[in-house]
Design a protein around this ligand. Sequence first.
Ligand code: ADP
Ligand code: ZN
Ligand code: ZN
Length: 735
Amino acid sequence: MPAILRVAVASKLRRLFDYLPPDEADAHPPVPGVRVRVPFGRSVRVGIVVETSDETGVPAERLRSILGVIDREPLLSSSAMEFLCWAAEYFHHPPGEVLLGTLPPALRRGRVPGPARPSRWRATQAGRRAPPDAPRGAPVQARLLELLRESRDGLDAAALAGAGTTWRKGLRTLEERGWVRAVSVPESRPAPAPAPAAPAVVLNSAQQAAVDEVRAGLGDFGVYLLDGVTGSGKTEVYLSLIEEVIAAGRQALVLIPEIGLSPQLVARFQSRLGDSLAVLHSGLGDRRRLQSWTAAREGCVSVLVGTRSAVFTPLRRPGLVVVDEEHDPSFKQMDGFRYSARDLAVVLGRVRGVPVLLGSATPSLESVQNAARGRYADLRLPRRAGGARMPSVEVVDLRGQKLEEGVSDAMHAAIRRCLEGGEQSLMFVNRRGFAPVLICHQCGWIADCAHCDAHLVYHREAGRMHCHYCGAVRAPPSECPGCGGTDLRPIGLGTQRVAEHLSTVHPGARVARMDRDSTRRQGALEAILERVHAGAVDILVGTQMLAKGHHFPNVTLVGILDADRGLFGADFRSTERMAQLLVQVAGRCGRGERPGRVLVQTHHPRHPLLNQLIRAGYRAFAEDALEERHAARLPPHACMALLRAEAADRELPRDFLVDARRAGEQCRPAGVNLLGPVPALMERRAGRYRAQLLVESARRPALQRFLDEWLADVEGLSGARRVRWSLDVDPIEIL
Ligand code: ADP
Ligand code: ZN
Ligand code: ZN
């Protein structure tokens, strides 16, 4: 047995902990990837063995033994460990929190996973096409294959055991050859009737070219950017490649944005790919999550569709990783372990030697740059599929117009035309609630949150004011606390107000809302989507939730009520976000037979960003924006990390960051720069004051080495225990 085991234990410290092997002689061998129970301070914790070593810096009298080994075999394979350790190092997060924190909760607590689920096996297409006497010289395998070829729905263990005592081994070999695959049978539900395989569309030439290029790369690492306009058939490209991967006996991982996990998308995947698909997202209960995880690990599912954390599910035989809407900010985890699932998907592809397909109509500037430099293959779908045309986009100049509740006459006229033709319209408003501000008309007093530097948003339905940052709720005062006046007015636009107004102006129109409030209840989002699809909604008013991949063929009008807020954002990524939002929202219309029309209301009709997007399209915008970033030395032309700190006391975060900066100046190599500290744009949030220090460098390796050394010092600062602090590598917001 090795002398020393280096173990990841969930803890705030960015290091592994050394232990002696267990005293018990008959324990399972504590090899890398198995979970162990270890004494930690005065408690016992679950850890994962990362490596073994012959030496340790811990003095002999302080070295303790592992108390017990939980797993008989590694829970995480060496490639899964390599991937997770890479993530911990890159994002500079404590390895224990990464290795254990990304496991399903039951496993984190030390539970032993049962077998995936009762399984069945089926012959793949390749298995059915293999010569009748194959595989030669392996009678058990040949018998298994023969049995499986004769059955349509697959066979279970009892049926296959008849092929010979070594049937499990034979089956595994057949799986590895891609001739047989396991299909999981859902536990409580009866096996579903085989879904009527949705007829595959005939790919157009651009789709076919994209599929051909990725197909040629199957079996090797490579990154492919699929830049296809909205409705160009990107999903069909994914499906077609996934079918290839499944036929070869391999698994596909598909990452999609939070809200993109709509029942429509899952149903579309299910109807094309059948029952060997598992879904993984944050709304799942612990048990279902463990089931999906185990099934993926044991190779019993062919496709795993999930939101960002699904990237951590170990796959037994991966063949392809897909990231849909790769630009979506929800791929970045914003608290705790701050990782980018999009970037980790690329690393996963590299570690496992499989292609990674990043799809979007509005790719991130990072990916556009990688494509421009030839690091990613640049696949394009320039036209909509299936005969639909791109919508026309018109700017509505709001200057000097009379506006009622933010809606221009031109917009009303366009809505009316839709209603008359039995078509649907979408109205995009970037704020939920009724009005973002409640103001006293006598003295100008504004209702603010008591815990945040933010105004309270007025929600008329509930008759309450809400803070969208900390969740505080208050009743609106009956008279102004400033002057005692009673003329308190809601100012500005929210989804509730717009929906109310449209119902009044267009009586008879069926108006629905899609925002965080109206979709909070379980199943509510599904119900709204269902009604829109069924034609039971004429006008859908919503926030950026509208922008996420929905396919509503009968929508022919998209209205953007206020483009101005996004045009002048303060973060260096605001224009990129705004461009993505505009293009994605616009892309929801004209996806069916009738052409679509987009009306953008603005007080800045000549704004260069708007005009470039309309005239030249997203990719031209992206290329110009990249040049601006280059000139300003901003990502992706520079690398950044942000050290954030917060505390209930205003001085503490700043003091801590000043000390951190001083420590950083000591070990900072040339070319790594520290900027700040500065208060966050919203300094107080949920009762805590927030400040930050920016680290910037043109060179990634220099930045990474600096962070390693610096964080060790930062962890030891006396102020570190008085604030809540975190490091965000590649932050997507720096305010
Ligand atoms: P995207 O993912 O790029 O937004 P989708 O894959 O959702 O696009 O396709 C948009 C619509 O076009 C869908 O209704 C889809 O069935 C249809 N479609 C896609 N490819 C084709 C094709 N080759 N021929 C006909 N219709 C297609
Ligand atoms: Zn007042
Ligand atoms: Zn608040």
